[in-house]
Design a protein around this ligand. Structure first.
Ligand SMILES: Cc1cc2nc3c(=O)[nH]c(=O)nc-3n(C[C@H](O)[C@H](O)[C@H](O)COP(=O)(O)OP(=O)(O)OC[C@H]3O[C@@H](n4cnc5c(N)ncnc54)[C@H](O)[C@@H]3O)c2cc1C
Length: 481
């Protein structure tokens, strides 16, 4: 593994050095280094019957199984996973357990009304407390650390935009305790960024090692008698029957209720062909930083970090002192295809590595030890949903648009309460019964999604260069969204 070397005067590391650093990095999530799975693979039976079958062994599926097992301890519950649990986004994300949705409170209010938006946000903020309580009750070790989150303005234009947006959120009823402005000095006291003009801070974010959280949860489920059927890809869900292939043989399991929890992988199912598109998010991790570098960065509360640009980047300081940083911007693939080779994209990884030099120059010399990526699920209106079809004994949850670590828990509790018709405030959340519009047919989808990605990137570059917003491109992007 090559060192990244010092940043050049424009805040970017030398391209050839970045390329060499990436070439030496292991191509797997840093979280997977300790795969402490202490159970053998059990595949789905060729036939059988359960009370609840859950398709997908990520956070959505595992949390759903967990809350069903609490509510109905005598029910038979099975999770069918095509690979191993945590194979998808849940085992490879940035480890932000955030109370913020992809859409801001005011954006949700435009769609569902002010009260519904505030209710959704209150439920989401409370979800962090719920997760923390489960981790403690079930003794799940996953480096949970509640340090909040900052969205920093790296250019003056971003400060204006972030402050205007904060005023909008305040006007609809989000209070100071949930979102507040930090001056540039206060921001630097959180983390010593190369450039900051102030930041928005929220306390509603924790960092985790997401893969450890998946494995911890899976272990709890096994103790509670939930069946984890791995290496059992499901080919079809039809009226209470889950068709799968295990050990190269087709099988079918009957279920009183089926929950589809396949997020970015959903386009391969008849019910959800155009419900979500898989967008790739990519990440890198540095080696554990030296004491000296950590002292220079001075990431005091380990609040997660993003900037005010349109192309999302996100970083956390891990429990063992690495910077784990990711970003969007990798291309969307025609027909919503997913392939392991799409997890690695040199151009996107280079841009992410440059983000280290740009924001944390003291870490520019750190080795890049891992790089990886994976698909997350994006509905056409960026809004999560819980859809329950009683006649078909079928439900699906998802559509987190890259903010699923906390929201999976919220929607899992919601789908359980909804199916059991419990007296629960979660059933009134705006996401219940919400059907986002479908994505366009190809090739429009391909052109639209990739245009969005390229426009976001080019607007950020223009703003950084000129300090102004490019009007035409901004109008174009707003029309595409
Ligand atoms: C690189 C990256 C960084 C991210 N960073 C963050 C972050 O910091 N914070 C945050 O909140 N969110 C983040 N996200 C998004 C977050 O990880 C997801 O929203 C969340 O994990 C979704 O969980 P899930 O269980 O719904 O989906 P997944 O974890 O994707 O699980 C779906 C599962 O279904 C399985 N499956 C697929 N097809 C089939 C089939 N036919 N039969 C059976 N099983 C099947 C898959 O193997 C997979 O295990 C990130 C995502 C990525 C990719």
């Amino acid at each position: 593994m090559e060192p990244l070397a010092t940043a050049t005067s424009n805040g970017l590391a030398d391209e050839s050095i970045v390329q060499a650093a990436l070439a030496g990095a292991a191509q797997r999530p840093v979280w997977h280094d300790v795969d402490a799975r202490d159970w053998p693979v059990t595949t789905a039976p060729s036939s059988g019957e359960v009370d609840v079958a859950i398709v997908g062994g990520g956070f959505s599926g595992l949390w759903t199984a967990y809350y069903f097992s609490l509510a109905r301890p005598d029910w038979s519950i099975a999770v069918l996973e095509s690979q191993r649990v945590g194979f998808g986004a849940s085992g490879r994300n940035g480890g932000w357990c955030s109370g913020m949705f992809a859409l801001s409170p005011s954006e949700l209010a435009e769609m569902f009304g002010r009260d519904a938006a505030l209710d959704a946000y209150a439920a989401s903020f409370a979800t962090l407390g719920e997760i923390e309580a489960v981790l403690s009750r079930e003794r799940i070790e996953c480096d949970w650390h509640r340090g909040g989150s900052i969205t920093s303005a790296t250019i003056p234009l971003q400060r204006t935009r972030l402050q205007d947006d904060l005023a909008t959120q305040r006007a609809i009823g989000i209070n100071e305790a949930d979102l507040r402005w930090l001056s540039a000095d206060e921001t630097r006291a959180e983390v010593n960024l190369a450039d900051t003009y102030g930041a928005v801070y929220t306390p509603h974010c924790a960092t985790v090692n997401p893969f450890q959280m998946v494995l911890g949860l899976a272990r709890v489920l096994r103790r509670r008698g939930v069946q984890l059927w791995e290496s059992s890809p499901v080919s079809e869900i039809a009226a209470g029957v889950v068709h799968h292939t295990a050990n190269e043989r087709p099988g079918a399991v009957r279920a009183g209720f089926v929950v589809q929890a396949t997020e970015g992988y959903s386009p391969s199912f008849r019910q959800t062909r155009r419900a979500l598109v898989p967008l790739y998010s990519l990440m890198v991790a540095t080696e554990p930083l030296s004491k000296d570098v950590l002292a220079q960065i001075s990431w005091s509360r380990r609040a997660t970090f993003t900037d005010g640009g349109r192309m999302i980047i996100y970083a956390q300081l891990t429990a063992d002192g690495r910077i784990a940083i990711g970003g969007r911007g990798a291309p969307y693939h025609f027909g919503s295809r997913i392939k392991p080779s799409f997890d690695i994209d040199d151009e996107t990884h280079r841009r992410i590595v440059n983000g280290i030099a740009r924001h944390f120059p003291a870490a520019a010399g750190a080795r890049i030890t891992h790089r990886w990526g994976g698909p997350l699920g994006v509905p056409r209106n960026w809004t999560p949903s819980v859809v329950v079809n009683r006649a078909e004994r079928y439900a699906r949850i998802g559509g987190y648009t890259g903010d699923g670590v906390a929201c999976t828990n919220l929607l899992a509790r919601t789908v359980v309460d909804e199916w059991l018709e419990r007296d629960s405030p979660l059933r009134s959340l705006a996401f219940v019964g919400h059907h986002p519009p479908e994505w366009e047919l190809e090739p429009l989808r391909f052109i639209g999604v990739n245009s969005l990605i390229q426009l976001s990137d080019s607007i950020d570059s223009f703003e950084a260069r000129t300090g102004r917003t490019p009007r035409l491109r901004t109008t174009l992007i707003e029309n595409l969204l």
